[in-house]
Write a protein that binds this ligand. Structure first.
Ligand code: FMN
Ligand code: NAG
Ligand code: NAG
Ligand code: NAG
Length: 503
């Protein structure tokens, strides 16, 4: 413990993040200056100790599994800086390539599948952490199998005034009203492009993540001044990022969209989806992924059941590939205890989980199994992730849990999940397959043909009855005529008999 304390103090004193080359050069320069000092022995001891502790620290630091990330570095970051600055620093470290790494391969048990594509584990990073696509590879290195950048707006915009993020640590929650600050599509695009030569050559992969078993998603946003009803910003986003993403996420998650009551808003949603799907279908096939991007909606957890049912109807009739459930909530559950709980904005983290889960279950029952759902909201452990799988999510995403637990969050969730699955003797895909089969919407049995349907049956009955009647009539006629001729015959014969007997 005290050794760790020392290591951390070392690190905090140095102004630059520790890198192996930095450690090396520091050791070299220290030993060269100390060689002229009075006590070479003492100097050597110090130098060795220093190198050792720094080296140890580096080992700890670079392994995302280390407890220092959860219990030391992340809390230090949280207490030292305001929420937004802490976030910025984290992005900068991950961007620099000096972030910690998940050193292990994902266990077979965690292998997941979405749209018939394999990914190595089900844990993704939700939108809003890397809004401008600065740290994509640093985030994949932490072990996320898929990373969603954005929201990206077409033009740069500043977002709301600060402070706009609030930590509610006692509640394991966050409130944010960022208002979608974005550097704009052009600058994010140039970053995504810049990744391509270096990584694409190295890793032969057919995903925009540029690594096997992973996916890259871009969350498309709208500029503040764009009209609410216009799909133009989303269409522009599809055109800009289509070739560079495996998945494009379109937000219908504003708590205002729920006003979907009434035909007008339903028409709006239908229109929006039709426009976005059309823009996607008109894209050329991406040279990176050899396909067109999937289109996924992201919805709010604050919808009523009737609204979810209505959205699902629209989705079923569109060519949307999946849904992320959910965004933050505008609710303030009574369990919240932090003084800042009444700040305006969207609430995320643990208190959001029951609401997201409920929305996900409701939607799962309204969409066919061919449309996968992604669970998001309050996930911070393996058990949370499994709960979402049982509710019918094919994959999950994390934001707030990652913010609180730091670099090792993804690795820890995966380890916990793996243990749970192992103890139950099952795998992630098996759990998902079973729950999706069981809980998803089934198309009603094919509509009966008119002849089979109720009205048809009666019609047919009447027809048959009429036919039967005419048969009977004809039979009656024949019987009648037969009887006549029979009578006549009998008359003749009996006459003959009578005549004969008389004679
Ligand atoms: C600070 C912050 C910023 C966010 N920014 C965005 C965003 O730009 N676009 C978006 O679709 N969702 C955004 N979200 C929502 C998250 O992607 C996620 O849906 C939500 O936080 C619920 O997950 P969690 O409980 O794991 O945090 C943001 C969330 C937080 C906390
Ligand atoms: C999400 O959609 C709502 C409603 O259309 C809009 O108010 C909000 O700004 C959108 N968010 C982004 C990031 O575009
Ligand atoms: C509430 O938020 C404000 C603004 O970020 C911050 O200065 C204050 O310390 C927060 N209150 C608590 C109790 O954390
Ligand atoms: C998410 O929810 C917040 C508030 O709950 C809202 O401001 C925002 O427009 C929603 N959409 C996205 C994409 O975050």
């Amino acid at each position: 413990m005290s050794l760790r304390g020392n290591i951390v103090r070392h690190w905090l004193k140095s102004s630059r993040p520790v890198s192996p080359s930095y450690v090396f050069s520091r050791r070299v320069s220290t030993s060269s200056t100390t060689s002229t000092l009075r006590s070479p022995v003492r100097a050597t001891v110090y130098t060795t100790l220093f190198a050792l502790s720094t080296g140890l620290f580096a080992v700890y630091y670079f392994d995302a599994r280390s407890a220092i990330h959860r219990y030391v570095l992340t809390p230090v970051l949280r207490y030292t800086f305001d929420a937004e600055t802490g976030h910025k620093i984290a992005v900068k470290v991950l961007r620099s390539g000096l972030g910690p790494r998940d050193p292990l391969q994902d266990h077979e048990r965690l292998r997941s599948e979405i749209w018939n594509q394999d990914i190595s584990n089900p844990v993704g990073l939700a939108a809003g952490f890397d809004k401008d696509g600065e740290a994509v590879d640093g985030l994949f290195d932490l072990g996320f199998s898929w990373v969603e950048i954005g929201s990206v707006t077409p033009k740069p915009q500043a977002g709301n005034a600060r402070p706009r993020v609030f930590h509610l640590p006692d509640d394991s929650a966050l409130i944010n009203r960022y208002g979608f600050p974005s550097q704009g599509a052009a600058s994010v695009l140039s970053r995504l492009r810049a990744r391509i030569p270096t990584f694409h050559e190295a890793e032969d992969s057919s995903t925009a993540a540029l690594r096997p078993g992973a996916m890259l998603a871009v969350n498309l946003g709208k500029n503040k001044e764009s009209p609410v009803e216009s799909a133009d910003d989303f269409v522009a986003g599809v055109k800009t990022f289509g070739a560079y993403a495996d998945v494009l996420v379109v937000n219908v998650s504003s708590p205002n969209t729920p006003g979907l009551r009434g035909l007008q808003n339903r028409d709006l949603l239908e229109d929006l989806l039709a426009n976005v799907v059309k823009a996607r279908d008109e894209l050329p096939v991406s040279p990176i992924t050899s396909r067109r991007p999937r289109l996924v909606l992201k919805i709010a957890p604050d919808l009523e059941e009737s609204q979810i049912i209505e959205i699902a109807e629209v989705i079923r009739q569109s060519n949307i590939d999946g849904v992320i459930v959910s965004n933050t909530t505008i609710r303030r559950p009574s369990s919240l205890s932090h003084p800042n709980k009444s700040e305006m904005g969207g609430l995320s983290g643990a208190p959001l989980k029951p609401h997201s889960l409920l929305a996900l279950r409701t939607l799962r029952a309204q969409l066919p199994s061919s449309i996968p759902l992604v669970g998001c909201g309050g996930i911070s452990s393996g058990a949370d992730a499994l709960e979402y799988a049982r509710a019918g999510a094919s994959l999950v995403q994390v934001y707030t849990g990652f913010g609180y637990d730091g670099a090792g969050a993804c690795r820890r969730i995966k380890d916990e999940l793996c243990k749970l699955l192992e103890s139950e003797g099952t795998t992630w895909s098996a759990v998902v397959r079973e729950s999706v089969e069981k809980t998803s919407w089934k198309a009603p049995a094919p509509a009966p043909t008119p002849a089979e349907s109720g009205e048809g049956t009666i019609g047919k009955l009447i027809e048959e009855a009429q036919e039967l009647k005419s048969l009977l009539d004809r039979l009656g006629e024949r019987i009648g005529s037969d009887v006549e001729s029979l009578k006549a015959n009998v008359g003749e014969e009996s006459g003959t008999v009578l005549l004969a007997s008389a004679s």
